[in-house]
Design a protein around this ligand. Structure first.
Ligand SMILES: NC(=O)c1ccc[n+]([C@@H]2O[C@H](COP(=O)([O-])OP(=O)(O)OC[C@H]3O[C@@H](n4cnc5c(N)ncnc54)[C@H](OP(=O)(O)O)[C@@H]3O)[C@@H](O)[C@H]2O)c1
Length: 271
């Protein structure tokens, strides 16, 4: 149990920080007494303490002095100033986990100066409902035990995989931006059914459950989606007719282009 007996500190208690705290508390991996948070807003801190029972810290330095695992959950543009503030109290025995999109591990390591283990993570918004998809990369001083700590945190709010840092832009283009692609696909399916007379609320429920169930089939069977697609396609049947319409609209090519465009944009934004 990589998190057993460890104190977890959050610098920033916004939506992603809160999602992670909820996930950790729900799985019972960490007790509220072992979670420390700081945030620029006192009101936000009081809210989180009341809602989750976690510990309010006086400032960012107080969190880093207390925690074994420090989660950087502030917006990317704030990262340099927050690191400057906490660097004097950071220790090599800690694990720093950064969620900041587009902020390279080298920048964090340079700000921390010492041999502090750093893990960079690209999560996505479904972490808020415990179904996130996160990819993480290890810094120069991070070893397997530090990766395992980060994996435990992000598996508490969904699924996590490890990739080299150079592939995090691609992850951004796939699972980071991916929820928006899925919403567009759902919107199209719902509109199609509503056009044919199905009530909107029923169309929404059926479409969303179909996406959820199909995703579960892919994860649980570990089969390639093409095989699962063929299994539900009867020659000359309804699904074959629908798939032909998707091919005419070049849906697969469009999705591949979407991942490429978002990956390129992520690269541009990190430059
Ligand atoms: N949300 C996502 O889906 C998502 C996905 C991938 C990556 N991320 C990354 O996760 C990180 C957090 O995102 P988020 O959506 O949770 O942002 P957020 O809701 O804005 O949370 C950040 C929190 O940090 C506070 N803060 C600002 N300056 C601070 C400082 N100097 N010290 C301590 N706290 C400070 C903010 O307060 P104020 O609001 O008062 O400024 C806010 O409560 C970002 O780096 C983002 O790139 C998020």
């Amino acid at each position: 149990m990589p998190l057993k007996g460890r104190k977890i500190g959050f610098l920033g208690g916004g939506s992603m920080g809160e999602a992670l705290m909820i996930g950790l508390l729900r799985t019972g991996l960490v007790a509220p007494a072992d979670i420390y948070i700081s945030d620029i807003s006192n009101q936000r801190l009081a809210e989180l303490k009341q809602k989750l029972g976690v510990q309010k810290a006086a400032d960012n330095q107080a969190v880093v002095k207390e925690a074994d695992v420090v989660i950087l959950a502030v917006k990317p543009h704030v990262i340099p100033s927050v690191l400057k503030e906490v660097a004097p109290v950071a220790k090599p025995g800690q694990t720093f986990i950064s969620l900041a999109a587009g902020v390279p591990i080298s920048l964090i390591e340079n700000c921390l100066a010492g041999p502090v283990p750093v893990i960079r993570v690209m999560p996505n918004t479904p972490c808020l409902v415990g179904e996130g998809a996160s990819a993480l990369s290890a810094g120069t001083h991070a070893r397997k035990e530090h990766v395992n700590i980060a994996m435990a945190v992000f598996n508490a709010v969904g699924k996590a995989v490890e990739v080299p840092e150079a592939l995090l832009d691609c992850v951004t283009g796939l699972s980071g931006s991916g929820p928006a692609y899925m919403y567009v696909i759902l919107e199209g399916l719902i509109d199609g059914a509503v056009r044919l007379g199905l009530p909107a609320d029923k169309a929404r429920e059926l479409a969303a459950q179909t996406m959820l169930g199909s995703a579960k089939m892919v994860l649980e069977t570990t089969e390639h989606p093409a095989k699962l697609k063929n299994m539900v396609t009867t020659p000359g049947g309804t699904t074959a007719a629908g798939l032909y319409a998707l091919e005419e609209g070049a849906l697969r090519a469009v999705l591949m282009k979407a991942v490429t465009a978002a990956t390129q944009r992520s690269r541009e934004m990190s430059e």
